[in-house]
Ligand binder design. Sequence first.
Ligand code: 0O2
Length: 208
Amino acid sequence: MRNIEWELFLAPYKQAVEELKVKLRGIRTEYELEHVNSPIEFVTGRVKPISSILNKAKQKQIPIEDIQDIAGLRMMCQFVDDIKYVVEMLKRRNDLEIIEERDYITSKKESGYRSYHVVAEYPVQTISGEKKILVEIQIRTLAMNFWATIEHSLNYKYSGNIPQNVKERLQRAAEAAYSLDGEMSQIRGEIQEAQAIFLRKTDAKESE
Ligand code: 0O2
């Protein structure tokens, strides 16, 4: 594909990512306005780079239109239990339709990776009408995100061939992150109470 063709192909994906970043970040804002602890800590989004699209299509022997994560969003939660809640919230939305779910929390990947993935159809309004495109939303805890970000950069460094000893350390680190999530869940009430006090103090200061 020529540059202009890529631009045209990627335009609706870019639009979807931009729209969904605003919409999903808006959920957190609503919680903040209501002074209720948000199940969403932060949201990021990106359009897959062309080289990664080509690699994935080649590796999976599929046309590029079938790649499910050209438009990708990530929703980070403080607690593991928030993930289910966020997924249910996404299911109730009428601006997207979830067509697939992958639970890598109950069944972690061999690497140690944990996250909950949903693939959704999202309608983008274009000058030639509505275009339904696929978006992948990854929902994970802050600890899972920390691990995945580091493992992703190591994978990049070693071009997908991470040395065995580093792989094993990463698997152990993934378990440590999961156990951290477990510990934090045990004291969820305490943490949220402290955060509510902190929020009230910040609000009071701002209105002085
Ligand atoms: P990037 O750079 O994040 O875009 P497959 O890639 O075949 O395993 P599939 O069917 O495409 O899987 O979809 P899946 O498994 O739902 O999601 C793939 C994406 O999940 C990856 O995208 C990563 O974002 C994330 N992911 C999956 N496994 C791992 C892992 O072991 N480590 C890390 N750090 N992330 C993982 P891409 O295209 O690989 O990369």
